[in-house]
Design a protein. Sequence first.
Lengths: 238, 231
Amino acid sequence: MLNLIKYELRGKFLTILGICLTVIIGNLFLMTQIGSGGMGVTILSTLLGVGGLVVICISSLTMMSDYLYDDQGYLLFTLPQSGVSIISSRLIAAVMQISIVAIVSLLMFCIIDQGRILNAILQVSEVSEILLSILMYLWTIVSGLTFIYFCMVVGKISFKGKNIGKIGSFIIFFVFSGVRNWLSVINSNFFPKILQFDSLTALSTSFTINIGNTIFDVITFAILFMATSYLLEHKVDL
Amino acid sequence: MYKILKAENLCKSYFTKKALQGVNLEVEQGKIVGLLGPNGSGKTTFLKIVAGILHPSSGQILIDGQKPGVYTKAMVSYLPDTEYFFKWMKIKDAVAYFKDFYADFDEKKASELLEFMKLDVNSSIKSLSKGMKEKLKLTLVLSRKAKLYVLDEPLGGVDPTAREKILDAIINNFSENSSMIITTHLVNDIERIFDDVAFINDGEIVLQGNAEELRLSKKKSIDELYREVFQ
């Protein structure tokens, strides 16, 4: 699996480098405007970072699409690797790629902002909350990508042809998202108990977790992860 | 003799189209089998099932006693008829890729074959001609000490000189402990290396047997027999 991650990262090296350079150069340009821009400069820096994250996320999804629909799939799916290895490596590589861009964007933002917002957050947050935030960040990427990969794989199996398969995957994504949200609402009605984290209220951002929905999300993730792994190994035809 | 591959009533359907219709085929250890047929006859479909990237609709296929999967992928060396390399790869990256993923990959053999094929390890793959890419793919596939080699149109799109080179590479690097399935419609160029042949048409095996016995019994070369069967 480590080798799979290595080649995933190698394949996206230029993309990651390009995005990071764009974010750095963009922020360097914004630094020259600090005197005249006011708050606009920090907003533009944030937008630059968000843009970089969106591009790297899309890039990560197109790589999976390339494996499913293009000839590169022959290289991956003829390897003696299980579906679990393939999906795990995709997710780990995606987390690493997104994190690299996120760290570069955050660093550049901190330089522009002179660390004011980061300091404010660190002063009112406990270590456990920072760790929880990192966990939530990882969870959002991993669970989100697993859900999307599942829809892509189901689309590939269900629809014949590259274009129809991709459109089908989109439709499946919207249908399954609707179903998942509906189940989530029903679940939170049955299990309304929540956990509240108070100290972040200093920044006016109250932070709550519905226990029932969290368990539901974890179970859904486990099912989707195993289902995607199984489908990749036993059902996907190239 | 030990049969490395056994296919029984193998069928594959794509929605309404039937690509394979009850294929029965066995490959013995140490034999080179020619799977011959025109375009669209089901050759590639069969090989993709052997390689584990296509799944049969019904029937059974066993490779070394196992259904296609992680175990069989480690012992099947598959040459597809597509250009599957990553765009960023140089030849040395492709060699490293195979070395990283296949325990049976022989780096020394790969170096010898690259030299034989006159391929420079520092060349970018996207700059190679079709014939050179074909040679590179064959180099990587033959550099594995696999139990079963599966070559899909190894002579497709290459000039006659390159064909000779590719055939020499196949013959020189074939071990009696392994087996090979080769598909082609360029029968005349390659028939001398076949031990057994199977003619496939519309997803069905229409004729199969030992190549020499067929030549003697039908008093025709395999190429002439091919033309007779598919005309």
